[in-house]
Design a protein around this ligand. Structure first.
Ligand code: 3H9
Length: 705
C-alpha cells in the first residue's frame, strides 16, 4: 500500500489516508481504503477501526481530474456503482468504524465518513457536499445518507448550495457525533474503543425517517425547486440534487442509490459540469506564472497607500482595510477626500445593514484608513496603488512623485484600466517595482485583479502581487501590457458588436435581455450605465488624440453622443436607459436611443432589420473568442484558462459556460471560424479571423486540446 497506511494503536486499527495535498480519492485511494478496512475487520489485534487523514485535511473529495476519464454516462454509472458497493462493504464492517475528521471532509470525503459508523471532528473542521459547484450531484451515496443523518432540509441546503458547514453546526445537525478538542487521533481511538466495548454500530443507510419527516422533506424539495428558479437560472445540477434527494425520500436505500447513480452519470457528462470542472483547475492555474517560480521571494505588505479617493481608489483602500492592512488614502483636495471617505462609510453601512459586519467591526476597519492630502508617511508604506483620473500625463507625474516619496523597495501599482504601464515605470525611475493592479468596479466587491506586467517589472513584484491578491480576497491573474490589457481589450470587441447590433436593428433592451438570459448578471448597456458612459468616452478621446481606436472596425457614434448630452448612466439619471433619479437603479426604456440608432444607421447606410436572439449571442461571443485568440497568440495572456477566469471574475461571464474561450470550444471552433468568415463577408474586413483560430481549426483542435 502506498497511499493508505495501516497500523494498530492501543487495540484499534488506524487507517491513514496519505495522498497530498488534500487526500483526494484517486482510484487507488478508494481501493486501498477498502483493503485496509477489511484488514482491520479481519485483524484479531483490532477491536475497532479509525479512518483519518494525514497532513492538513481529512478528504477533499473524489479526484476531480479523474472525471475526465468518465467519457460516457455508462462509465460514470460503472464507477459510481463500484463506489457504492465499496462503501456498503465498509458500512457492513463488523467492528465500529470511526471517521476522524480534521480540515475538510468534502464531497466523496463526507460520503466516506457517512459510510463509517460514527464521525468525530476537530472544532475547526468543515464538512460539505460541494459537488453542485462542479455541476454534479454527490455520487457516492451523499444524497441518500445525508437526509437520513441530518434531515432532508439540511441535506437540501448543503447539497444545492455547496457551502461547507463548520463542525459545531454539523454536530447540532447530527452529521457528526462528537467534537474533539485535544489530539484527534487519541480522541478517535478512545471513542472507537468505547463503541467497541458497548458493541455499538450504527449504519446510516438503515435509518428510517418517520412519515412526517418524509412529508416535510418532500415539501422542502418543492420549496427548494421554487427558490432555485431565482438563484440557479440556466443550471441543471441544483435541480438534479433535489431529484436525487427526493428519490431517497420515497424509495428504499438501494433503489434511491440507483437513482442517484443515474443522475450523477447524466450530470458528469453535461457541458455545465465540464465547464465548472475546467474553471476549478483554471482558477488554481492562474497563480502559476511560468517564469516566476513558486519560491520567488515576496515582500511582506504591512502598510499600504492609495492615491486618488474616487470610486476606485476608495474601493481599493477598503480592500486593504478589510484585510487588516493600514492604508493611507490620499487625494489632492480636502473636499474630494471627504467625499471619498463618506462613500466608504456608506458602503460599510450597507454591509452592516445586511448583517455582514457589526458597528464595532466597521469602526475598527474605518480606523485603518487614514485620509491625507499630502505624501507624509509614504516613505513607510510597502505598496502604493495609484487610482487617479485615467489621464496619461497626470498618471506619469504621479509616478514621478511616487518614485521620490516612497522607500526604495516600495511596490508602485497603477489601477489604470488601459494605459501603458511602461510609461509610468519610466516616470517613476524604478521600473522593476512598477506594475498594474487593475481592479474591477466596484473594487471592494469584484474579485478579479489583473496584475499587469510591464517590460521591466521584476519577478518579486509579480510574486508579491499574486500573494497580496489572495490576502485581499481577489483572484490575481498576470497579464501583459497591451492596450486595455486582457479584460478591457476584449471588452472593446464585445461592446463594438453590441453597439453595431443596436444600429442594425436590435434594441438596447433586447441585447441586454439576451445576454442576461445567456447568464451574464447584466447586459452591455446596463453595465455601461453602472460603470459610467463618461469613462469609456474619455478613453476614446485620449485614443483619438494619439491616433488610435479601441477595437478594429466601425465605431458607433451613439456612446459619444450620449456623453455629449451629459447622459453618463445611473449617476446622472440617464444613459442607455432613463432612471427615476440620479443614482437610482429603476430604469425604463428611453425612445431617444431608438431615434439615435435610426439616425446613425441612416448615416452609415444601414437598413435596420429585426435581429434574432441567436445572432446576438453568436456575434458577441464570436467577437470575444476571436480577440481572445489574438491575445493568446500575442502572449498577453498565458493560457486560455486565464482569459476564462478573467471573464468569470471581472464581468460575471456565466461559470456554467466556462468562460469565453471554453464556451468557444463547446460551440466548436470550426463553427466559430465559419461565423467570423460569414461576418466578414456580410460586414467587412474588420472581421478577420485570428491566425490562431485558423491554425487550431486546421489542426482539428480546440483552445483546450
Ligand atoms: C466528489 O467528491 C464526487 C463524489 O460525490 C463522489 C463521486 C463518485 N481533486 O484549492 P487549493 C488540488 S467531487 C483533485 O489550492 P486550498 C488543487 O487543484 C469533489 N485535486 O487549496 C490544488 O492543486 P495544485 C468534491 C484537488 O487549501 C491543490 O489540491 N470536492 C481536489 O485553498 C490544493 O488545492 C470538492 O469540490 C480534488 N477534489 O483549499 C472540493 N481538491 O496545487 C474541492 C483540491 O496543483 N477542493 N485539489 O494547484 C477545495 O474546495 C479546496 O481545494 C480545499 C482546499 C478547500 C479542499
Amino acid at each position: 500500500m502506498t497511499l493508505v497506511r495501516y497500523e494498530i494503536r492501543d487495540g484499534v486499527a488506524v487507517v491513514t489516508i496519505d495522498n497530498p495535498p488534500v487526500n483526494a480519492l484517486a482510484a487507488s485511494v478508494w481501493s486501498e481504503i477498502d483493503e485496509a478496512v477489511q484488514r482491520g475487520v479481519a485483524d484479531a489485534a483490532a477491536e475497532a477501526i479509525v479512518l483519518i487523514g494525514a497532513g492538513t485535511t481529512f478528504i477533499a473529495g473524489a479526484d476531480i481530474k479523474a472525471f475526465e476519464l468518465l467519457k460516457t454516462p455508462a462509465d460514470s454509472m460503472a464507477r459510481s456503482e463500484g463506489t457504492h458497493a465499496l462503501l456498503k462493504r465498509m458500512e457492513d464492517a463488523s467492528k465500529p468504524l470511526v471517521a476522524a475528521i480534521h480540515g475538510n471532509a468534502l464531497g466523496g470525503g463526507l460520503e466516506v465518513a457517512q459510510a463509517c459508523h460514527f464521525r468525530i471532528a476537530t472544532r475547526n473542521a468543515k464538512v460539505g457536499q460541494p459537488e453542485v459547484m462542479l455541476g454534479i450531484v454527490p455520487g457516492a451515496g451523499g444524497t441518500q445518507r445525508l437526509p437520513r443523518l441530518a434531515g432532508a432540509a439540511m441535506a437540501l441546503t448543503m447539497c444545492t448550495g455547496g457551502k461547507p458547514v463548520a463542525a459545531p453546526e454539523a454536530l447540532a445537525a447530527g452529521i457528526i457525533d462528537q467534537i474533539v478538542d485535544g489530539d484527534l487521533l487519541t480522541g478517535a481511538i478512545a471513542f472507537a474503543t468505547a463503541k467497541a466495548r458497548a458493541r455499538e454500530i450504527r449504519k446510516v443507510r438503515d435509518i428510517v425517517l418517520p412519515a412526517d419527516a418524509v412529508t416535510a422533506g418532500l415539501e422542502a424539495c418543492d420549496a427548494t425547486r421554487a427558490a432555485l428558479k431565482r438563484t440557479a437560472k440556466g443550471l441543471r445540477a441544483p435541480y438534479a440534487v433535489v431529484d436525487a434527494i427526493e428519490a431517497g425520500l420515497t424509495l428504499p436505500f438501494d433503489q434511491g442509490s440507483v437513482r442517484e447513480r443515474e443522475i450523477f452519470a447524466e450530470c458528469v457528462a453535461s457541458t455545465e459540469s465540464k465547464a465548472l470542472r475546467h474553471l476549478f483547475f483554471a482558477e488554481r492555474e492562474v497563480a502559476k506564472v511560468p517564469d516566476v517560480p513558486k519560491d520567488t521571494p515576496t515582500k511582506e505588505i504591512r502598510r499600504a497607500a492609495v492615491v486618488g479617493a474616487g470610486t476606485m481608489g476608495g474601493g481599493i483602500a477598503m480592500n486593504y482595510a478589510n484585510a487588516g492592512i493600514p492604508v493611507l488614502l490620499k487625494d489632492v483636495d480636502q473636499a474630494a477626500l471627504e467625499r471619498g471617505i463618506a462613500t466608504i462609510r456608506r458602503n460599510y453601512a450597507v454591509t452592516m445593514s445586511k448583517g455582514k459586519m457589526t458597528a464595532e467591526q466597521v469602526e475598527q476597519t474605518m480606523a485603518l484608513i487614514t485620509p491625507t492630502t499630502s505624501y507624509d508617511g509614504f516613505d513607510q508604506v510597502d505598496i502604493v496603488t495609484e487610482a487617479v483620473f485615467e489621464d496619461m500625463d497626470l498618471k506619469k507625474s504621479t509616478f514621478a512623485d511616487l518614485g521620490k516619496v516612497t522607500g526604495p523597495d516600495c511596490i508602485l501599482a497603477s489601477n489604470s484600466s488601459t494605459l501603458d504601464i511602461d510609461q509610468f515605470a519610466s516616470a517613476s525611475g524604478r521600473p522593476s517595482q512598477v506594475l498594474g493592479h487593475h481592479y474591477f468596479s466596484p473594487a471592494n466587491v469584484m474579485k478579479l485583479l489583473e496584475i499587469v506586467r510591464g517590460r521591466q517589472t521584476g519577478k518579486e513584484a509579480i510574486a508579491t502581487s499574486l500573494k497580496l491578491a489572495k490576502k485581499l480576497g481577489k483572484v490575481g491573474v498576470v497579464v501583459g501590457n497591451c492596450f486595455g490589457f486582457v479584460a478591457n481589450r476584449m471588452l472593446a470587441y464585445y461592446m463594438r458588436e453590441a453597439y453595431l447590433l443596436l444600429e442594425e436593428g436590435a434594441s438596447v433592451e433586447q441585447i441586454d435581455r439576451v445576454l442576461t438570459e445567456f447568464g451574464l448578471p447584466v447586459g452591455p448597456f446596463g453595465m455601461q450605465d453602472i460603470a459610467g458612459i463618461d469613462v469609456g468616452a474619455r478613453i476614446r478621446q485620449y485614443l483619438k488624440s494619439i491616433g488610435k481606436s479601441r477595437a478594429e472596425g466601425p465605431q458607433s457614434a451613439i456612446p459619444d453622443r450620449l456623453f455629449e448630452m451629459g447622459r453618463y448612466g445611473q449617476k446622472t439619471g440617464a444613459g442607455w436607459y432613463k432612471y427615476d433619479a440620479p443614482g437610482s437603479r429603476n430604469r425604463t426604456t428611453d425612445p431617444l436611443i431608438e431615434d439615435l440608432a435610426n439616425e446613425e444607421a441612416r448615416k452609415r447606410g444601414i437598413v435596420r432589420r429585426p435581429i434574432n436572439d441567436e445572432e446576438i449571442v453568436a456575434r458577441i461571443t464570436t467577437a470575444l473568442a476571436n480577440e481572445g485568440a489574438r491575445v493568446l497568440e500575442e502572449k498577453f495572456a498565458t493560457r486560455p484558462g486565464d482569459i476564462d477566469v478573467i471573464y468569470v471574475y471581472g464581468f460575471g461571464f456565466p461559470r456554467h459556460r466556462g468562460g469565453p474561450m471554453f464556451y468557444a470550444d463547446t460551440v466548436g471552433l470550426p463553427t466559430v471560424l465559419s461565423r467570423v468568415n460569414e461576418y466578414r463577408a456580410r460586414f467587412g474586413d474588420y472581421w478577420e479571423p485570428a491566425p490562431m483560430l485558423e491554425k487550431l481549426v486546421a489542426a482539428g483542435r480546440g483552445f483546450y486540446d
